[in-house]
Design a protein around this ligand. Structure first.
Ligand code: FAD
Length: 439
C-alpha cells in the first residue's frame, strides 16, 4: 500500500503555518491535497465568491510546489472515505473549524473514516486561544471580555509560524479529477483573495499602519486598520502569523496592544459561539425573547439600500454593497441604527451581513450583532444608543468618508430626508428596552 495521506483543506486555504499539512508531510511520503464543498454552507454570495477565488489561488501555490488540489463537490462523509480508498490513503489530516456546522461535519467525517479504518488527525490553527480553553473560576464560559482578555493574555503564546513546505510530493498515481473550478463571481478590485494577498496585506500593515492603529482605527475615511478580516475568515493567514508579525515589528507592546486586543475579541466571539451554538439566531440573554421588536420590512429595505437619510449609515451600507466590507466603526453605527432607531430585530441585520460581507464569519458576525443589540455577551448597556449624526461629527469630521460613498449629499434634493427623527427614535427605543427588563 502506498504511504500517502489526504490533506483536507477547509478554512485554512494556505500553505504557511499549516500544521495539518506539515504533520501529513512528516508522517507520509506523499500527500493528496483536497478541498470539499462544505454542507449547508452558511456564508452568503460574497464569502462564497471569495472562497472560490481563494481555492484557485491555493491551487496555484500547490502547483508551484509540484502538487495540485483535488476538489470534491459532495460533502457527504463517504466522498472523502471513497477518495481515501481509491488512493490508498492511510490517514487524513485537517485543521479544526469551530463553528457548529463545521464541527458537526468534522465529527461525521471522522466517524465515517474511522469505520473504514482511516484515521483523521486534527490540528489547531484558527485561533490564538481556541474555544473551550479558558473558563471562569466557576468553570463556565466567559461572558465578559475584560476578565477573558486577562486570561487570554496569559494563554496566547507567541510562536514562530511554520514555514510553507518547499515541495509537496504527490503519489505517482493521482486520481483523475476535474480541475479546480474557475471563480465565476468577481470580488471587488481592492481585494486579492489567497495567501499571497494575505501575506502582502500583513506585511504592509506591520510596516505601516500598525504603529498608528490606536489613533487611526476609528476613522473610516482612512485605511488605518489591517483589512485582514476576509483573509483570516478564509484561513489564508493565521492569527499566530499576525501576532508574530506584530512582535517582529519591534513596536512597543503598549502601542500594539489595541490591535492585539482585536485578535482576542475574535477568539472571544468563537468561544461564545462554541458554548452557545444558536448565537446567530437566538438572543443569548433570555429576557430578549420579550423584546417588542418591529417587523418593519420597508424600514429594513431602506437601511439595506443606504437610503435612511443619515449620511454615515448610508455611506456604510453603500461601502458594504460595493466592496463587501465595512469599516468597524461604521458597522457599529449601522447595526445600532437598525436595532435601536428602527427597532428591527438584529437577526435581519445579521442575515444581510452574512450575504454581503467578504469577511463573513459566523462567530464574529453573530457575536457583534448581539453585542450591539444588547442581547449578547458583554453587551453594551441598552441605553447606549449611537446618535448617527454625532458619530459622523466625531469620526468623519471633514465628511470625507460620507462624500466618497454618498456623493449626492452635496446636491440639495437628491438625498432623502432622515427616515426617522433620532431623538424620538431614542425615546421609543428606551421604552422598548425598558419594557423587557426584569422587574
Ligand atoms: C455588526 C458587526 C458585524 C461584524 N461581522 C463581522 C464578520 O462577519 N466577520 C469579521 O471578520 N468581523 C466582523 N465584525 C468585526 C469587525 O468589524 C471586523 O473584523 C473588522 O472591521 C475587520 O477589519 P480589519 O481586518 O481591518 O480589522 P482590524 O481592526 O485590523 O482588526 C484585526 C482583526 O481582529 C478581528 N476583529 C476586529 N474587530 C473585531 C470585533 N469587533 N470582533 C471580533 N473580531 C474583531 C478581525 O479578525 C480583524 O481582521 C463585525 C462587527 C460588527 C459591529
Amino acid at each position: 500500500m502506498s504511504d500517502t495521506a489526504l490533506v483536507w483543506f477547509r478554512r485554512d486555504l494556505r500553505l504557511a503555518d499549516n500544521p495539518a499539512l506539515v504533520h501529513a508531510l512528516e508522517r507520509h511520503a506523499t500527500v493528496i491535497p483536497v478541498a470539499v464543498e462544505p454542507p449547508a454552507y452558511g456564508p452568503g454570495a460574497r464569502a462564497r465568491a471569495w472562497r472560490a477565488h481563494s481555492l484557485v489561488a491555493l491551487n496555484a501555490q500547490l502547483e508551484r510546489r509540484g502538487a495540485r488540489l483535488l476538489t470534491l463537490s459532495d460533502p457527504a462523509p463517504e466522498a472523502l472515505v471513497d477518495l481515501a480508498r481509491r488512493t490508498g490513503a492511510q490517514a487524513v489530516f485537517a485543521n479544526r473549524v469551530w463553528d457548529p456546522t463545521s464541527h458537526a461535519w468534522e465529527s461525521a467525517v471522522g466517524d465515517a473514516l474511522s469505520a473504514a479504518g482511516v484515521a483523521l488527525h486534527m490540528s489547531e490553527s484558527a485561533y490564538l486561544v481556541p474555544p473551550k480553553t479558558l473558563a471562569t473560576t466557576s468553570g463556565t464560559t466567559y461572558r465578559v471580555f475584560t476578565p477573558y482578555f486577562r486570561a487570554w493574555q496569559r494563554s496566547a503564546l507567541l510562536r514562530r509560524p511554520l514555514p510553507a513546505p518547499p515541495s509537496i510530493p504527490l503519489p505517482p498515481e493521482m486520481p483523475t479529477a476535474p480541475p479546480v473550478p474557475a471563480a465565476v463571481t468577481s470580488v471587488h478590485e481592492r481585494w486579492t483573495p489567497g495567501e499571497v494577498g494575505a501575506l502582502e496585506k500583513l506585511a504592509m500593515f506591520a510596516a505601516g499602519n500598525l504603529e498608528s492603529y490606536a489613533e487611526m482605527r476609528e476613522l473610516p475615511a482612512v485605511a488605518g486598520t489591517s483589512e485582514l478580516s476576509p483573509h483570516l475568515a478564509a484561513g489564508e493567514i493565521t492569527p499566530a502569523q499576525v501576532l508574530w508579525a506584530v512582535h517582529a515589528s519591534r513596536i512597543a507592546e503598549e502601542i500594539t496592544l489595541p490591535f492585539v486586543r482585536q485578535l482576542a475579541w475574535r477568539d472571544f466571539a468563537a468561544d461564545v459561539l462554541h458554548s452557545f451554538p444558536d448565537l446567530a439566531s437566538r438572543p443569548l440573554r433570555s429576557e430578549f425573547a420579550a423584546m417588542p421588536w418591529r417587523e418593519d420590512r420597508a424600514a429594513l429595505e431602506r437601511w439595506k439600500q443606504g437610503l435612511t437619510g443619515y449620511p454615515l449609515v448610508d455611506a456604510g451600507m453603500r461601502q458594504l454593497a460595493e466592496t463587501g466590507w465595512m469599516h468597524n466603526r461604521v458597522r457599529l453605527v449601522v447595526s445600532s441604527f437598525l436595532t435601536k432607531d428602527l427597532l428591527v430585530p438584529w437577526q435581519h441585520g445579521e442575515r444581510f451581513f452574512r450575504d454581503s460581507l467578504v469577511d463573513y464569519d459566523e462567530a464574529q458576525n453573530a457575536f457583534n450583532w448581539q453585542w450591539v443589540a444588547g442581547s449578547g455577551a458583554d453587551a453594551a448597556p441598552y441605553f447606549r444608543i449611537f446618535n448617527p449624526s454625532i458619530q459622523a461629527q466625531r469620526f468623519d469630521a471633514a465628511g470625507e468618508y460620507v462624500r466618497r460613498w454618498v456623493p449626492e449629499i452635496d446636491a440639495p434634493g437628491d438625498y432623502p430626508e432622515p427616515m426617522i427623527d433620532h431623538a424620538e427614535a431614542r425615546v421609543r427605543a428606551l421604552a422598548a428596552y425598558g419594557s423587557m427588563r426584569p422587574a
